[in-house]
Design a protein around this ligand. Structure first.
Ligand code: ATP
Length: 354
């Protein structure tokens, strides 16, 4: 098992900066997600940790030891590139034992290890089958088995479920997480899917344009987004943003949304100017006597809840409310915000103020 720390790590490809001065720590045994949109630098960050790419500057530590100049093969990690990459002419047992045999490990030891891995992955019954005829899920388990059998310090996975259809993807995500909980090995997992990151991760790093925007537990990131980018990237539908000219103080007070006062939590520092109020759709409620109003432009039925889109004086706003309430297009509705859960950002920098 391993603790992995990256400190002020940068990566440049010629004039292009793919990763800018990134720092975060992955604790021993964590299931850690590198999350962000395409091209934000997740894969490059993972490859640098794995030793497949050299940082332009900065340091990488594994269990306290600086490994920047160590090759991938010396870092004792398993990189699960593509779970379906198996040797087609070998059976399951030989596929799993291959990394050990090629290291020259004794037959007895190989046998014991493969049996143990098969038990962990619950694939004892297919050990002597050819991989050709296996189902997608079993192929995936065998590929994982090949990574686990070496007992590396950490597992690195780059969008391992990317090629799967939605239903199977969800099933394998649960299985991967359960496997991690049984083994407890540090796992670093790259994804652009915020839901996958929230469901699977102990911690998440959110990246954008090569910059670490935030790093923390899923709930921390959801409830206290550090930037507007994180706030809109995490959660579906996205957080609503209401721009206004105003002032906030450190004692917690109200902001003026065009004549309507909304109570906000205390800010870290007083600020005046262009501000953005962030409200998650599930924190908007309908209240007939509320002064702030919106006109319904669309209703999307989702079973127990519905997403209602409204036109307000601050633009479009989405509310997630119970389907028990009947809502029709063109209705004029009074809106209330759960003031304990609001976010507030500097409109220019996008940085959170509370
Ligand atoms: P994706 O999910 O699309 O793979 P990512 O967040 O993993 O995105 P990276 O693969 O880390 O992003 O790439 C970050 C940026 O660095 C991209 O703009 C990419 O084009 C660029 N890049 C990556 N590798 C190289 C390279 N070897 N040479 C030049 N540019 C590169």
């Amino acid at each position: 098992m391993a603790q992995i720390r990256i400190q002020n790590v940068c990566k440049e490809f010629g004039p292009f900066t793919a990763v800018q001065s990134s720092s975060f720590t992955i604790e021993d045994g964590e299931f850690f997600m590198l999350l962000g949109p395409s091209g934000c630098g997740k894969t490059t960050t993972l490859r640098m940790m794995a030793g497949l790419e050299l940082p332009t500057s900065g340091e990488i530590f594994i269990d306290g030891e600086e490994v920047g100049m160590k090759r991938a093969s010396q870092r004792d990690i398993a990189f699960v590139f593509q779970m379906f990459a198996l040797y087609p002419h070998m059976n399951v047992r030989r596929n799993i034992s291959y990394p050990l045999v090629s290291q020259g490990m004794k037959r007895e030891e190989v046998r014991t290890r493969v049996t143990e891995v098969a038990r962990i992955l619950r694939i004892e019954h297919i050990l002597d089958k050819p991989v050709g005829g296996l189902s997608g899920g079993d192929r995936q388990r065998v590929a994982l088995g090949r990574a686990i059998v070496r007992r590396p310090k950490a597992f690195f996975m780059d969008e391992p479920l990317g090629a799967l259809d939605a239903e199977f993807r969800e099933h394998m995500a649960e299985e991967l997480r359960a496997l991690h909980d049984r083994m407890g090995a540090t796992t670093v997992y790259v994804t652009h899917d915020q839901l996958e990151a929230m469901q699977m991760g102990d911690k998440i790093v959110v990246m954008n344009h090569g910059v670490v925007e935030q790093f923390g537990r899923p709930q921390q990131i959801y409830d206290w987004p550090a930037t507007k980018f994180v706030a809109q990237f995490i959660g579906s539908p996205s957080m609503n943003f209401l721009d206004f000219e105003g002032m906030i103080g450190i004692n917690g007070n109200s902001v003026d949304l065009g004549g309507i006062k909304v109570k906000v939590p205390a800010a870290r520092e007083g600020r005046a100017g262009r501000l953005t109020l962030g409200v998650r759709p599930e924190h908007v409620s309908f209240r007939d006597d509320a002064v702030y109003r919106g006109r319904v432009s669309a209703v999307e039925y989702l079973g127990t809840t519905q997403i209602v889109t409204l036109a307000t004086q601050h633009g479009e706003l989405k509310a997630r409310i119970s389907s028990a309430r009947t809502v029709r297009e063109d209705d004029l509705i009074g809106l209330d915000f759960d003031t304990r859960t609001l976010s507030l950002f500097d409109a220019e920098t996008g940085k959170a103020l509370i």
